[in-house]
Design a protein around this ligand. Sequence first.
Ligand code: F6P
Length: 548
Amino acid sequence: MTSSRMSLPAWQALKQQQGALAGTHLRRLLEEDPARFQRFSLGWGGILLDYSKQLVTGETMRLLAALARGCEIEAWVRRMFSAERINTTENRAALHVALRASAPVAFEGTDVTREAAAVLAEMRHFVNAVRAGRTRGATGRAITDVVNIGIGGSDLGPRLACEALKPYAKALPRLHFVSNVDGAAISSVLDEVPPATTLFVIASKTFTTAETLANARTAKAWLEKKLRGKAAAARHLAAVTAEPARAVEFGVPRERVFRVWDWVGGRYSLWSAVGLPVALAVGMERFDELRAGARAMDQHFARTPLERNLPVVLGLLGIWNVNFLGAATRAVLPYDERLRRLPAYLQQLEMESCGKRVTRDGATVDYATAPVTWGSAGTDGQHAYFQLLHQGSATVPADFIACCRPHHRLRRHHDALLASFFAQSEALARGMTAEEAAADMRAQGLRDEEIRRLLPHRVFDGNRPTTSILLDELNPRTLGALIALYEHKVFVESVIWNVNAFDQWGVELGKSLAGRILPELEADAPVSGHDASTSGLIHHFKTRRKRR
Ligand code: F6P
């Protein structure tokens, strides 16, 4: 079976567009059209999405929208919002939107928003009690520290939101996150937190994830030792899971187990009880605002024509850059320290959702799908990898994200940050020609011979596409909208690539091999049954480990 996306008329027309634009430079597009910013930017709900520095014309955008329609984007959006089991390989719906919906969402005869509201009510009760100091530990003292133990979708979203919303948090409780099975992660947190006033939230949708269970067992053993007994330790445990019985069996008190459902994907679950650490940090009202921001974006996504629809436009630009301009990676560059965890969050969201090589029907794709997503907070990246962005042999499209109003009062810092934000995307688009570079060096007093020698190194080709996203300010509402913007952008891309955005079979093989290797590391017998390289590595490790 082969995939049919490339045979769609809009795909073919876009191929021709790519050819027609081959000699076009962003500098020219920007110079020729003084209204380009107005034509290629969208404003909605305190978010500006400027794509005037993407290598597109009005015709490109028209064809991309036609491609989306050819892939039945509107029908797919309806399917997702109306609770169809669009995650066909797991026979599940993808109902993260129901977690923040204001109207009922019927799924198999039940209104899932009522179930979600019931858990939110339990959460509210618990969060208020912890924050007010009414929930006490085994020695009768109020909770001062919360440690979230989870990984992937049970870690990245809450971690991003806690970091981003720090200005809204009270001093207590302090939030900590442990995800990595590396003992260094849990031990450094255990060294820091007081056992008598620390609450551990074990977040695992499946409650089978090896890393999370290993960390949870270590935390529980530590509590039992420090607080002298299982009953005392249990007062310091809570869980978030779709498998409550497993959490109870582990030792979490039943009334502290908060439910999630299999109709929510892990990487889309921030809006459920997985957001418990966020609510503990900033309060339930702020958590409601986060959900409200996402809900507003859902409504925008479901109701706005494709051409003015932020997630659709962002998704279409992703498709254009990957499938027509050949980008293999893309950078996410938040010029805001509070959003420094956004690239890691988007890595899972984008790469776990669309890092697929077969279509929904199992046919091998004959076009590229998700690029590698990477990045870090500006301006740090400028002094590390921006050299490659400006002059490397690969073109890396980038999303630049910043806020107009910061939370701090250091105005000069914010202006300096934003000056870099504007300068970098301008430089990437315009570049610097040989004439400009030569004139620059002449002005610095360099001799002709020196100018000739240095010239190739001082030229910037430019023509490197970027999108700028400017939030009026970062608050729970705009953060919720921003995250939902990317969730839906990924869905748009998945529809066009014809891949299932909600499964992740690719993580299974490594997990099962690790499960087989672990007992081999613990046993004395020599390992067998692996390839020569793996056996050699395991043998080397076991030998060296003994020599300590
Ligand atoms: O291994 C990948 C994954 O399944 C992610 O999709 C998920 O977010 C993460 O592991 C954690 O899973 P759980 O919440 O079930 O522990």
